[in-house]
Ligand binder design. Sequence first.
Ligand code: ZN
Length: 311
Amino acid sequence: MSALSAPYMHDEAAAFEFVESVLWPNGAVCPHCGGVDRITKVKANPEKRIRVGLHRCGDCKRQFTVKVGTVFEASKVKLHLWVQAVVLMTASKKGISAHQLHRVLGVTYKTAWFMEHRIREAMRSGDLSPFGSGGGVVEVDETFIGHDKTIKPKGEKKSRGHAHKHKVLSLVDRDTGRCRDFIVDDLKKATLLPILRENIAKEATVYTDEAGQYNKLGDEFEAHNFVSHSKGEYGRGVVHTSTIEGYFSIFKRGMKGVYQRCEKKHLHCYVAEFSFRDSNRVANGVDDHQRARLALAGAAGKRLKYDRPHV
Ligand SMILES: [Zn+2]
């Protein structure tokens, strides 16, 4: 069966049932009082303006749908369209532009843009456990992307080099295949070290390239090995950063080809999107359907509060 023909992609009641099955695996939970025992489903009735997916809590007597407290809350977009957007975004390796989503879903460009931002928020991982626990291997590398408009170019060398670009530090836990990214202002050791200490277990072995900022990481972790790209060396057996470089190549191609430009204040959202797909890729045992479910599960507890047009 085509992934696009699933009922929850087309039918609003089926979409609610699907999202409820992901967010309430053990039955409905009242978002107002936390009650689980006396919840009843209210039958949808358009004439009485009773919405699809409405539930009533017998404990606090209040009503709610599964959208309460999620990134879908307060959205006028039908839930089955949200599910379509989640499926498209989680299955497209390099992402899908808001223009494309606007055409495919038949919503306005502005709506598509806000939907994408909220879905990225759902993809943001809350996992903070250190990589390389139990003595695993962690690859560390950095990349440059786009143009950081907050940096004023100095002298003639304005667009040369990478001083004016956004800097992204990434870690990959080679045992789990998961990656984690950080947008950093510079690549000084004093900037990077606290991030590495916080996100990599002491007993881990760390692989980097020969860049100066990674000097003496052996003092911080169980072991540190590096490859010398300047000497044409790309790996010695298990010592390499190829996993992370493969991830960077998808990230950069997606950012350049699909999203084109990105302001610094939004970059972390895009990074979260690519990191989510990479951490939950097929090679890590996650298929398209499971990936969409994981993104939906991440929609909970992340209601966006900043001012925005209603979509
Ligand atoms: Zn309640």
